[in-house]
Write a protein that binds this ligand. Structure first.
Ligand code: LLP
Length: 414
């Protein structure tokens, strides 16, 4: 066994116990160096000068993270007026924001139109709605390449079992509808799903998507989405997504298509998880250890309100145990179920997991929680959303979002 957080000096010059004492637990901790490295890796996947990486803000919308994305030259995709608002606040110019809308109201479309934000429409009905309020406008259309991929059926967003995108059989109607309102379709986009470790399905989908794209004559950009996976089982040696191999195949495919299409088209992608997941961990405190019949429960303060992925998708997150700033690596392992403090039996972080002997008062460090961690956190059970700190390039920590307070729970009542 080895400690990932020690091996990559995740905590920089700081110590987990000090962070936990200063800011309380549960606590999201991010590492800026990892974040920047992943952003740079994503920028290299397509060897093409005009290639743009749109950071997918739904993954993690902390303002400090967005500012780092901006600093690294990334653009962004948004899923709601709220995400557009936060991106603008972070300093993203409107032309760097792409609104990938799904089933939105006229008001939400107007929000984007008024701010000059490019919108992607993903049904004939939405094209018609957009055409009525913005005739002659520019837009993109989300296409379904017919092949999806992802770690769970709930996050597969292409193929026959999804609400997203315009299917190949509906493209003619979509174009006719757009023409009725003199809309200019300047972009097409796809997103096939989230967290795939093997690029095979993605490349098949891309090939379909690029053939469909040829039906659109005046494209300025083509956005092939995100979904690139990360090794959630890194403590047991899981391999990384092979960027190099992927990048080679992707670049050839795109170059050939560009030659055929004949116009100068900008290619974009929309990664979220690959950029943010490994840059974040959660520190939690072990409060109680108990046996219930045949199971041993490790009761922590990392409930499903803090990290919902395990209860929502049965997702695996590696767990390290720290005692007095030292990772516990040696000695016997035992099978335990790590749970939170929420009033649901499904509030399980790790079921029947082999972990070192844990004691009350230990810290657990839940790895790879920078993506879809805080952004899916809630105040369920009126628990307070945790604080977030960033270990900067200087190895020191700074608070990048304070913990909620009891009075925050009262702010929305009239
Ligand atoms: N673009 C679009 C249109 C998307 O819907 C998504 C994710 C992304 C980009 C970014 O995908 P990524 O590179 O992060 O895989 N909550 C789930 C994941 C949901 C993903 C939703 N869409 C989870 O925790 O696994």
């Amino acid at each position: 066994m080895y400690s990932y957080t020690e091996a990559c000096r995740f905590f920089g010059d700081m110590f987990p116990e000090d962070l936990a004492r200063r800011y309380g637990t549960p606590l999201y901790v991010y590492n800026e160096a990892i974040l920047r490295e992943r952003m740079r890796e994503m920028k290299s996947i397509l060897k093409d000068d005009s290639f743009t990486v749109n950071y997918s803000i739904k993954t993690n919308s902390n303002l400090s993270i967005l500012k780092i994305a901006l600093d690294e030259g990334l653009s962004a995709d948004a899923m709601s007026p709220g995400e557009i608002h936060v991106l603008l606040e972070a300093g993203f110019p409107s032309e760097k924001i792409f609104y990938v809308a799904n089933n939105v109201s006229e008001d939400e479309m107007r929000y984007a139109i008024d701010r000059n934000v490019m919108i992607s429409l993903d049904s004939v009905s939405q094209i018609e709605r957009f055409g009525k309020i913005n005739p002659g406008g520019r837009c993109a259309i989300r296409l379904n390449p017919g092949i999806g991929a992802g770690h769970h059926a709930k996050v597969v967003t292409a193929g026959k079992k999804t609400k997203f995108a315009v299917a190949d059989i509906d493209i003619d109607t979509a174009i006719e509808t757009a023409n009725r309102f003199a809309l200019r379709i300047v972009g097409v986009n796809q997103h096939i799903g989230s967290h795939f470790m093997d690029s095979k399905k993605f490349l098949e989908a891309l090939s379909n998507f690029l053939s469909l794209a040829e039906q659109f004559e005046k494209l300025e950009f083509v956005d092939f989405g995100g979904g690139f996976g990360i090794p959630y089982k890194k403590l047991s040696g899981e391999e990384r997504f092979d960027i190099e191999e992927f990048s080679g195949k992707l670049t050839v495919m795109v170059r050939e298509w560009k030659k055929k299409y004949g116009r100068n088209v900008v290619f974009k992608s929309e990664p979220g998880r690959y950029i943010a997941a490994e840059s974040g961990i959660i520190l939690g405190r072990v409060q109680t250890i108990k046996h219930n019949y045949s199971d041993k429960y490790i009761g922590t303060d990392v409930g499903m309100n803090v990290l919902i992925r395990p209860s929502m998708y049965n997702s695996w997150h590696d767990i390290e145990v720290y005692r007095n700033n030292t990772p516990i690596l040696d000695g016997d392992v035992e099978e335990v179920t790590v749970v939170g403090n929420i009033c649901e039996t499904g509030d399980i972080l790790a079921a029947r997991r082999l972990l070192p002997q844990i004691e009350e008062g230990d810290l657990i460090c839940v790895l790879d929680t920078g993506a879809y961690g805080y952004s899916m956190a809630s105040s369920y059970n009126n628990r307070l959303r945790p604080a977030e700190v960033m270990i900067g390039m200087d190895g020191k920590e700074r608070l990048i979002r304070r913990r909620e307070t009891l009075s925050d729970l009262m702010t929305l009542f009239p």
